[in-house]
Design a protein around this ligand. Structure first.
Ligand SMILES: NC(=O)c1ccc[n+]([C@@H]2O[C@H](COP(=O)([O-])OP(=O)(O)OC[C@H]3O[C@@H](n4cnc5c(N)ncnc54)[C@H](O)[C@@H]3O)[C@@H](O)[C@H]2O)c1
Ligand SMILES: O=C(O)C(=O)C[C@@H](O)[C@H](O)[C@H](O)COP(=O)(O)O
Ligand SMILES: [Zn+2]
Length: 359
């Protein structure tokens, strides 16, 4: 079944197309949205091995002159040193402002390639073809593109919307288990912040086989939530911050381990439980909420109560959180599962460490 959502952002609006088997026709789909002369495919080695040739030949078949660049997989690639070779390859292939960048891969390729597209020649059009669960439900939508710095996640980037997002849930069949689970952390996040029934359904479908039975519906629900949030606050100055539930601590945990120990979803999983425990301890969230989230994460094979790094060091990273306004921290807390609010706090929120698992 083909499902289309339109992200309505005036002249920056675009379709999110979700359809099983979409990759088989990707050349025509891309051409219908953006008929350029050249298409530059950015991907990583794992994704290239599965889908690189298919996508490139489909684009050629649809009349594009193509070039492809294959990156090393992993978060370490989402950094400044990766940009120069990308810009060089774009130049070598004579990519102009009317040509098209196509990001084929997970969130690393999408965030890095989107940022390259937003800056090369001061911006060329790009299309996202997300291939990981995390990218299909979250990172390909909404135009946050960025690279990491050693000091923290996504610290240099822009808001740059794609021309379209083409999502084929069939490609998830080749996604390794760890990264499938990783994506589930962001899926569970959506349930936590705004949809209790969705959360309950996820908690009741802990195996990949159970989830596969309603995967296109699951992906569609996440995309639709993100679409609505982004339409209301494209540049993350208010309501969009709710998508950052679990990320204040999650990003700090990723940074503490130099982006090596935990993947993004795993760190967000730990962050959702920890921030909710702190919120419960301060009487802002009903007791038992963190346990409920932890149970769902555990059922999906995600970390939920690993010992966290020392709070003093997490606070160094939290000082660079993009939601901060001066000394004020914006924290995303839950009123209950399925409803969240943005709290205006200071670092003192974290300093009274009276919660199990937080030293
Ligand atoms: N821009 C946003 O709004 C946003 C939202 C959430 C996360 N992110 C970012 O996304 C990144 C994480 O994305 P990710 O989890 O997709 O990581 P990733 O891009 O590293 O992909 C995970 C792994 O799966 C492999 N892979 C991807 N699709 C595959 C497929 N279909 N078959 C086989 N292997 C496949 C990749 O090669 C990689 O090894 C982080 O940098 C995070 O900060 C951005
Ligand atoms: O799209 C958003 O807005 C989000 O916050 C989605 C997050 O899942 C994602 O990890 C995002 O990259 C975080 O953005 P940042 O501004 O906190 O770096
Ligand atoms: Zn995230």
């Amino acid at each position: 079944m083909r499902r289309v959502l339109n992200v309505q952002l005036k002249e920056r609006g675009y379709p999110l197309v979700i359809e099983e088997g979409l990759l088989e026709r990707i050349g025509e789909e891309v051409r219908a949205v953006y008929p350029a002369e050249r298409a530059f495919i950015l991907t990583d080695r794992n994704v290239d091995a599965q889908y690189g040739a298919k996508v490139e030949s489909a684009l050629r078949g649809a009349g594009y002159q193509t070039a492809k660049m294959v990156l090393e997989p992993g978060e370490a690639t989402k950094a400044f040193p990766s940009l120069v070779p990308i810009y060089s390859a774009l130049l070598e292939n004579k990519m102009t402002r009317t040509d098209l960048m196509i990001t084929l891969g997970g969130g690393v390729v999408g965030d890095l390639g989107g940022f390259a597209a937003s800056t090369y020649l001061r911006g060329i059009p790009f299309i996202q073809i997300p291939t990981s669960l995390l990218a299909q439900v979250d990172s390909s939508i909404g135009g946050k593109v960025a690279v990491d710095l050693p000091q923290g996640k996504n610290l240099v980037g822009s808001f740059y919307q794609p021309k379209a997002v083409f999502i084929d849930p069939v490609v998830l069949d080749t996604l390794p288990e760890r990264y499938f689970k990783d994506g589930m952390a962001e899926v569970i996040k959506y349930g936590c912040i705004c949809d209790r029934a969705f959360f309950d359904r996820l908690a009741a479908s802990p195996t990949r086989a159970q989830l596969s039975a309603w995967m296109d519906e699951l992906v569609y629900r996440c995309c639709d939530i993100k679409r609505q949030v982004v339409e209301a606050d494209e540049r993350d100055m208010g309501g969009r911050m709710v998508l950052n539930f679990g990320h204040t601590l999650g990003h700090a945990i990723e940074k503490y381990y130099h982006f090596g120990k935990y993947s993004h979803g795993e760190a967000v999983a730990l962050g959702m439980v920890a921030i909710t425990r702190l919120s419960e301890a301060r009487g802002l969230t009903p007791a038992g909420t963190a346990q409920c989230i932890a149970d769902a994460l555990k059922a999906h094979g995600l970390p939920y109560d690993d010992p966290l790094p020392p709070m003093a060091q997490l606070l160094e990273a939290i000082a660079h959180d993009k939601k901060n306004l001066g000394a004020r921290l914006k924290l995303i807390l839950l009123r209950q599962i399925g409803a969240c609010f943005i709290a205006d706090e200071t670092a003192a929120f974290f300093e009274k460490n009276d919660v199990d698992g937080i030293e």
